[in-house]
Design a protein around this ligand. Sequence first.
Ligand code: CUA
Length: 153
Amino acid sequence: MNSFEIDPYEKGWMVASGIILIFFLVAVAVSAFYGFSLPTHAHVEPSRPAEPGVVQREPGRYDVYVRAQIWSFAPSEIKIPAGSTVNFYVTSSDLLHGLILERTNINVTVLPGRTAKVTARFNEPGEYRFFCHEYCGLAHHLMFGKVVVEPRS
Ligand code: CUA
């Protein structure tokens, strides 16, 4: 073997590395043109300006607009009657936060300039706590709130 010959085994790995490189370049190009999706079922869209609060759309259906900011959620206490279906529209006014709501499948990353829509139904009366689960600074651990589901009268 002269010094310019490449071992077939080595050549195989060079080709494989090239293919992997091209694959990742294509992946980067695709994500640049078509955006990226977060590892959640949340529907993320550009923020629509909405004041934080609870809006009843019809009996048993609520829209809740939640704003995350260092280091609190507004509103931090959300009251709804049992049996309600709630759409949460969650956004951040400063930096990356998260929202996880216990006893539901709600678990979203909250980005400034974006609104994540997640839905849950609350059949059981009680308190459902929610927390920020993305580290966001000194008082991250104080960033929480609760959904209070009241028994139907
Ligand atoms: Cu907000 Cu951690």
